[in-house]
Write a protein that binds this ligand. Sequence first.
Ligand SMILES: Nc1ncnc2c1ncn2[C@@H]1O[C@H](COP(=O)(O)OP(=O)(O)OP(=O)(O)O)[C@@H](O)[C@H]1O
Length: 248
Amino acid sequence: MESSILLAAEGLSRDYNHQPAVENLNLQLQKGEVLGLLGPNGAGKSTTMQMLTGNLAPTTGSIHINGIDLLEEPRQAKRHLGYLPEQPPVYRDLTVNEYLEYCAKLHGLGGAVRTQAISLARERCSLNEVQNRLIAHLSKGYKQRVGIAQAILHSPAVVILDEPTVGLDPLQMREIRKLIRELGQEHSVILSTHILPEVQAVCDRVQILNRGRTVFNDSLKGITSLEQVFFDLVYQDDPAFADEGGDA
Ligand SMILES: Nc1ncnc2c1ncn2[C@@H]1O[C@H](COP(=O)(O)OP(=O)(O)OP(=O)(O)O)[C@@H](O)[C@H]1O
């Protein structure tokens, strides 16, 4: 029977210089789910994302993507993964089409399959009208769309987006959030962010990290104020928060 868990991390830990950055993290992503990974600065989000995408080896623990062990079979596992890093490596001197062509080749797509994959990703990310423009001449919002298009080119089961709306203006933010919600219909998505309303607008479930550990992991249904949940869990011992009488 096909499993509905597309990504499973178990007992994931990572130390830097014997200091734990992530400790005994368990994370599961269901088919069709958009999961928000939330936490204050230094909570361990980037370290977790780097491990989930196979760019950083965990100190201990295991990661399976679509049932394939990422640490034992990284190439096969990464076929099922699309990744938008916080700083996407988009080449400014290429046009959108040239860049997507290049990325499709890296994914091993050839011939008609490649042409079709590029056309579909371009369509889904609303890039048709800028397809022949140099990436250097695009707005930040469109550059982010190009980054997302490269992440979904090979139709991965899991898409991981690191701070996808950072630096965007409100309109661009709204458009990228809409795109993420649409992606959630065909892919399962993990997105890391600092922005609480973004999680409420886009995600089905939220996992909150603090000091490298999971402090909350639940559906967003029934949460009226994620901000309250977040502040209660993350800042309850913070004197600056107590000074304000606990008001967020
Ligand atoms: N390369 C590194 N060497 C040493 N310590 C590191 C390294 N990368 C991260 N850390 C430490 O690990 C902890 C977790 O950092 P991480 O960047 O994963 O958190 P984060 O939640 O992504 O934070 P931010 O939101 O500020 O990016 C922090 O204490 C950080 O200082």
